[in-house]
Design a protein around this ligand. Sequence first.
Ligand code: NAP
Ligand code: MG
Length: 405
Amino acid sequence: MAKITMPRPIVEMDGDEMARLIWARIKTELLHPFLDLRTEYYDLGLPHREETGDQITRDAAQAVLRHRVGVKCATITPNSQRRAEYRLTKLWPSPNATIRAALDGTVFREPIMASGVKPAVRSWAKPITIARHAYGDVYSAVEYQAQEAGTAELVFTAASGRVFRKTVHAFEGPGILQAMHNKDSSIESFARACFRYALDKKRDLWFAAKDTVSSCYDQRFRDIFQHLFAAEYAALFKEARIAYRYALIDDAVAAAVRSEGGFVWACKNYDGDVISDLVSAAFGSLAMMTSVLVSPHGHFEYEAAHGTIARHYARCLRGEETSTNPTALIFAWTGALRKRGELDRVPALALFADALERSVLNTIESGRMTGDLACLYEGGAAALGLDGFIQAVREEAEAALGRSK
Ligand code: NAP
Ligand code: MG
């Protein structure tokens, strides 16, 4: 079986803990046997971010801008406990936030559905894709802890010199403050990415926010979506027989639970963070969700929606076998390889990605799966360990790729 070659590299961003161990296993067992894998490697593991003063993350983001396709392992976003654990000189920012700030754009997260694995919400028959705005809001907010009484003001000095000033609160004692922003240009590209994605997938689009309470901030999002829809997308939606609707976020949550799924749900940055975890867990497992960041200028960064799976890593360090599900990390690689194949016109890469994804699903659908899914499987199934599951996928992939020759 001749190995598939790649004319251009993928930007590979390695990560931390359990996800890092799985990353290496995927490359050895499921990629190298079939591909002459070409990557430009960036180690975003926390020790290396510390060593480089986080320059490595900024370099990786620039590399994605150069090569257009990246794949990222889960990384630790340090808090004070991690700072002590890793003896950090600084609380380095979340690598995802650095990369999203460089690329702008929208994160699309979609459940990976395997037959036999029943969603917790019984009415969900089709996937719900979360489209998460990846710029601004609380992720780049300025915060302040006031230690004494005082007045907080919101001040905007226009380039023309005009000044807007409004009291936020007159504190009678200590308290906390937060100021966040977004840009019309970023909201517009978010809206366009969502309209285009819905048209591409031929699925209804919902956008949900809280404009009743946030009558300037959220209202601006709602207006930009509505204006672009009416001006550029309404006719295309009609032709495709799909709909766009705006809903209040609390109404949308209730409607989503009563729906059969099958729509794209556009969310502001924080809502998308929380709701995508809720949706993936309700569809089965955090490890059964794909995640891709699409920039307005056509850059793509694939990752898993879950983190570094710290609890499993702790067990692994004690020498225990874990039943950790590598599916989302495998699909991050297949997503990146498929996109590389599409951009460079190498159909063999896309065919390989399809075959590897099918091998994962065949493995699960034939009753071989990790513990997170085994407890949801119709009729019950015995849980495999991480290595057992990867071996089963490798056998499926060898059979499929052998047959296709
Ligand atoms: P997590 O890695 O998402 O895992 C939370 C729990 O979800 C796990 O303990 C496990 O539950 C289950 N789970 C997640 N992925 C799984 C998988 N592949 N297979 C089986 N079960 C899975 O979150 P965390 O452990 O709370 O966070 C660890 C670190 O990840 C944090 O330092 C955080 O900063 C980072 N993080 C990174 C990203 C990213 O880079 N994209 C995203 C989120 C969090 P059970 O223990 O019950 O089995
Ligand atoms: Mg999250």
